[in-house]
Design a binder for this molecule. Structure first.
Ligand SMILES: Cc1cc2nc3c(=O)[nH]c(=O)nc-3n(C[C@H](O)[C@H](O)[C@H](O)COP(=O)(O)OP(=O)(O)OC[C@H]3O[C@@H](n4cnc5c(N)ncnc54)[C@H](O)[C@@H]3O)c2cc1C
Length: 400
């Protein structure tokens, strides 16, 4: 079996390489712009050339390309090799944008999509509350329509990135008399207003990426609502589907695995590189098997999404795989790194490739959150069992 790219794809790779050779890094006066400005400028050019925002229609600032998993992979590989900024990642592009494209008003798409894709608008997700996590439909944050504005009161928690976000998409109770699921609306809020207070929460790694968000008479215009009033629950289902899509991607696992192999090459066991130790090789191969299976399963999920088909439970299974792999990878890395792993400053995780022994402790600690974020593993396993495999409902969960 030949797993190489065909000639046509290699020709495409050549086009990407020559675009990058002329477009990145920026030169002359442009090289004196701030890093954020350089990235935004380069991204606009890469979108124009058809390399970024490929699934976004042109009228909303994307490059509207035919879905092609292999081309997308080649672009990512070449952009990474050139150190060029790729598609903006995070909550805005991966969750809000697809939700707006699916359910938003025309003016909402025009106003928010393009600037989210270039990184100018940052978003946070206001779903969870102290009494509403797995049981999300229990949200109690109230929004009342007063004249032409919604007035919002309540509290969100675990809100990733709220400390830097420009906007929040959130679930609020707008019809208190309606049944639990029918009384919710999906609102967009400007974070820069006196009615919103963000308090960082300290995480196990020592960093503070998520927050409590207090909404005290926060305001938002009446038409900053996605979907109809009271339809927020079904809109939130679209966002969660896209969240699991992005959490389920194998890209990070592949990157971490490459780092793990480098670590095994550099670490010593009995005076020899750990990579030569049969027990370590066995564990590496087990992890690699999972990573490769996840890669192909990720392609399957992506292909289904790109063709407009519902990927079904495969996206939930991929999220489970990601959680399991990140945990197994980082545990093996900790064994290889020994006490060097204890030296990890948490910030390294975001700024360095995972080749340094010390980074792995932070990756390990972060991997624990993967079993909770975007829906806990317990809940997801129940959904896979019940809706995917048709097993009877979990009686313990029904009693809870
Ligand atoms: C790193 C990270 C980032 C996050 N970012 C965001 C964010 O940006 N925005 C946001 O809104 N939220 C965010 N969250 C919150 C996350 O969505 C919730 O933590 C998650 O939905 C679980 O809710 P909970 O914490 O209230 O736990 P609970 O729902 O109280 O669950 C507690 C335990 O009970 C189990 N359990 C509960 N109900 C059932 C059931 N019916 N069947 C079986 N087991 C059950 C759960 O599996 C879990 O083990 C983030 C969380 C993490 C860890």
């Amino acid at each position: 079996m030949d797993l190489g790219y065909s000639e046509a794809y290699e020709a495409f790779r050549g086009e990407v390489q020559s675009f990058l050779a002329s477009a990145w890094p920026l030169a002359g006066d442009e090289a004196r712009l701030s890093t954020a400005e350089q990235h935004a400028l380069f991204r606009r050019r890469a979108i124009e050339a058809g390399y970024l925002a490929r699934r976004i229609p042109r009228r909303y600032g994307g490059s509207e390309q035919e879905p092609d998993v292999l081309k997308a992979t080649i672009i990512r590989e070449e952009f990474r090799a050139a150190g060029a900024p790729g598609d903006v990642t995070g909550i805005g592009p991966s969750m809000l944008v697809p939700t707006l494209l699916e359910r938003g008003e025309e003016w909402q798409k025009e106003r928010f999509v393009a600037r989210t894709m270039t990184g100018e608008f940052g978003w946070c997700q206001g779903y969870s509350e102290p009494g509403a996590g797995s049981d999300l439909a229990s949200v109690r944050t109230r929004a009342e329509l007063v004249g032409d504005r919604w007035v919002v009161n309540g509290q969100k928690v675990w809100t990733s990135g709220a400390q830097t976000a420009d906007f929040m998409f959130c679930l609020c109770r707008t019809e208190p008399e309606a049944s639990k699921h029918a009384g919710i609306s999906y609102l967009l809020l400007d974070m820069n207003q006196p009615g919103i207070e963000v308090r960082p929460l300290r995480q196990i790694t020592g960093e503070s990426h998520f927050n409590e968000v207090f909404l005290n008479d926060a305001e938002t215009p009446a038409d900053w609502i996605v979907g109809a009033r009271g339809e927020g629950w079904s809109v939130s289902r679209s966002t969660l589907k896209h969240e699991r899509n992005s959490i389920g991607s194998a890209e990070q696992a592949v990157l971490f695995f490459d780092g793990l192999v480098k670590l095994a090459r550099n670490a010593r066991r009995g005076g020899r590189p750990a990579l030569e130790d049969p027990a370590i090789r066995q564990r590496l191969v087990e992890v690699e098997g999972l990573v490769r299976a996840h890669e192909y399963s990720g392609y399957k999920q992506l292909t289904a999404s790109a063709r407009g088909r519902d990927p079904g439970i495969i996206q939930l299974m991929n999220k489970q795989l990601t959680t399991r792999i990140n945990h197994a990878l980082s545990k093996l890395a900790l064994d290889l790194a020994d006490d060097h792993a204890l030296l990890a400053p948490a910030e390294w995780v975001r700024n360095l490739p995972p080749t340094e022994a010390g980074v792995w402790m932070a990756i390990f600690l972060e991997s624990l959150g993967g079993a909770i974020a975007g829906g806990t593993s317990n809940i997801q396993r129940n959904i896979i069992a019940e809706r995917g495999l048709g097993l009877p409902r979990d009686r313990a969960a029904q009693r809870a």
